[in-house]
Design a protein around this ligand. Structure first.
Ligand SMILES: O=C(O)CCC(=O)C(=O)O
Ligand SMILES: [Fe+2]
Length: 332
């Protein structure tokens, strides 16, 4: 039974608004914010973010459009099936996504940063080079979501500056790893689980996992008691929605960079309520070919090196292919 502990709430406006104060005051505000982010990343790996400057209207609009899409007929949704493309971009029907070899009880539309001809994936003949599939119903879906992606990339950059400061590095430290940031966006629909016998709707809505990359920004509807986060002590707590905020969590690449000073925390979704839940996690990632390895600054804190270097994109490809591997591996 999840406990009633809650996640920290952090206002990032010192990084997102144009300077009103003189440089010294602004710098102090930034350092204070960065310190809070540092503590949250170190202790929980999850926090609520306010003052992010992404208009509430667009956050609500993406959830509303997602909800409308998921309520279309199956045949209409299947026109965007991932099978049309690279097995990753597009629509996944209920039970098609898998976490740790178990089916997840959700449907989703998945988007990845579009790939140009000179991209690492193209040059190395790797998968994930399909086209994003946008619905034409609802009509404004593509336009609104593309706008949303731009807001989120911008926000990702700001939070990474705060993380750099919080680690005692220059604010622009991560710039060289993030000047062509990859991104992934999942638009997810969760019908309620049902524990009655004879139904498919049992198990979990999204199995426990950590996220793969750098930062995740979760925009969720007002459904409560669905998303759960594991604390250091192994307890599960609810990450209920707080209007006007994103839930932010760190991904595996920040574990590597910080040599486990920060935690990419396990989380899962178990949605048993009556509503149809919609969430839109946006994954802000490093450059696809970024080489990530423990930072000198973090090796001063945790001196035993826990990770070899990893190319972000290779880590992602491994994880994405695992999202479709069902039970056969379970036995091995
Ligand atoms: O829907 C949610 O609340 C979380 C989804 C999630 O953790 C993910 O897609 O990585
Ligand atoms: Fe996640």
């Amino acid at each position: 039974m999840p406990s009633s502990l809650t996640l920290p709430i952090i206002d990032i406006s010192a990084f997102t608004t144009s300077p009103k104060n003189n440089d010294k005051i602004r710098r102090e505000l930034k350092i204070k914010t960065a310190q809070k982010i540092h503590e949250a990343c170190r202790d929980v790996g999850f926090f609520y973010l306010t003052g992010h400057n992404v208009p509430q209207e667009i956050c609500e609009q993406v959830l509303k459009l997602a909800n409308e899409f998921f309520h279309l007929e199956d045949a209409e949704k299947m026109k965007l099936s991932i099978l049309n493309e690279d097995m990753a971009r597009g629509y996944q029907r209920l039970g098609e996504n898998v976490t740790k070899y178990q089916k997840d009880w959700h449907e989703a539309l998945d988007y990845y940063k579009p790939i140009t001809r000179d991209h690492y994936l193209a040059k190395n003949n790797l998968p994930l080079r399909g086209k994003n599939q946008w619905p034409t119903n609802p009509l404004e879906f593509k336009e609104v979501f593309e706008k949303y992606v731009n807001y989120m990339i911008n926000l990702g950059e700001k939070v990474m500056s705060a993380i750099a400061l919080g680690l005692g590095l220059e604010e622009n430290f991560f710039e060289k790893f993030l000047d062509d940031p990859f991104w992934v966006m999942r638009v997810i629909g969760y019908p309620p689980l049902d524990s009655s016998e004879g139904t498919d709707r049992v198990g979990v809505s999204c199995g426990e996992h950590t996220d793969y990359g750098c930062l995740t920004f979760l925009n969720q509807d007002n459904t409560r008691e669905a998303l759960q986060v594991q604390t250091k002590e192994g307890e599960w707590i609810y990450a209920n929605p707080i209007p006007g905020s994103f839930i932010v969590n760190i991904g595996d690449m920040l574990n590597v960079w910080t040599n486990d000073v920060y935690r990419s925390t396990l989380h899962r979704v178990i949605h048993k309520g009556n509503s149809y839940r919609v969430s839109v996690p946006f994954f802000y990632e490093p450059n696809f070919d970024a080489k990530i390895e423990p930072l000198k600054r973090c090796l001063e804190i945790n001196p035993v090196k826990r990770y070899d270097s990893v190319i972000y994109g290779e880590h992602l490809l491994k994880k994405v292919s695992g999202n479709f591997e069902i039970v056969d591996k379970q036995a091995s």
